[in-house]
Design a protein around this ligand. Sequence first.
Ligand SMILES: CC(C)(COP(=O)(O)OP(=O)(O)OC[C@H]1O[C@@H](n2cnc3c(N)ncnc32)[C@H](O)[C@@H]1OP(=O)(O)O)[C@@H](O)C(=O)NCCC(=O)NCCS
Length: 305
Amino acid sequence: MAHVGDTVTPVREASGSEELRDAAEVARAALTLDSGEGPALVDRLANPPAGRRWTALVIDGGVVMASVSAKDPAIGHIDLLAVHPEVRGRGHGRELVRAAEEWLRSAGARQARFAGNPPCYAWPGIDVRYTAAACLAESLGYERYHVAWNMTADLGADLSVEEEPARLAEAGVSVHAAATDRDLATDRKRADRERVVAFVREHWNENWAWEAANAAGLHYAERDGRILGFAAWGARPAWFGPMGTAPEARGLGVGGVLLRRCLAEMRAAGLSSAQIGWVGPLRFYSRAVGARAERVFWLYRRDLA
Ligand SMILES: CC(C)(COP(=O)(O)OP(=O)(O)OC[C@H]1O[C@@H](n2cnc3c(N)ncnc32)[C@H](O)[C@@H]1OP(=O)(O)O)[C@@H](O)C(=O)NCCC(=O)NCCS
């Protein structure tokens, strides 16, 4: 691996699960705005959908993860960058980004982005409060080209869904939890989830279908055996989304009920607030559960010569 600047520690590809585990601990220590999620993010990025090439490059006390998808091979993504607080300011971050760019170039990418590679991502871009990372990107010549944001819903709020299901039942609509990895015990439950995933693929796209299949919680509504809407959480660890209601069923209140069921499950999993990732319809979430826009991400890009 080429060295850049005056640092001497070589950047190397993480080999094996032990080095990835060390990298996960670096991520835990560095990613202070993502309360303890560092290891889950490394694990998620290390298990992406088929058709994606990825790498984890490490230096003592630092890690960068990068990926290129088969469907858009000219675009390279820097998915995660973390340097342990004890070894910051020594050029590790810069060296890791340069090494990631080199890997992306060799994988055929013509542009590098600090931007999430859906459906398997840690953030849409750089959280503006990880200001050092934004400064690093800018000092390396990256252009800020887009803004994205999350919304936050307090889970202390009333999330009861007692009245709406009764109203939906009058319209012939029932709501259910689909099985997830935790409880895929029977063939019937597996078939149940596959049906929801197929619905998501038909109405939206393969990315959302992957997120539904990899969710920690997946809820759906149906009428006469036809699925009408779904909501998922945990595909991006600890975040809510995606969700969608089929055009024929919009306006019935299906989305609001499914959203609240997911949020109640997130609360039961120990979260005190839920991040609704990469929004999306501000007004829907604001009105349905009083969510507010909160985390803001800058997306950066740079052409690779
Ligand atoms: C961003 C991060 C990886 C930088 O790592 P580092 O090893 O300290 O960075 P380097 O020593 O290589 O510094 C390179 C450049 O980063 C920027 N930078 C680093 N620390 C900075 C700070 N405290 N304030 C502002 N800019 C800073 C500067 O542009 C610096 O170059 P310059 O001083 O010549 O301008 C590190 O601060 C980190 O892990 N932060 C938390 C995780 C994070 O933000 N990850 C990105 C999430 S999208």
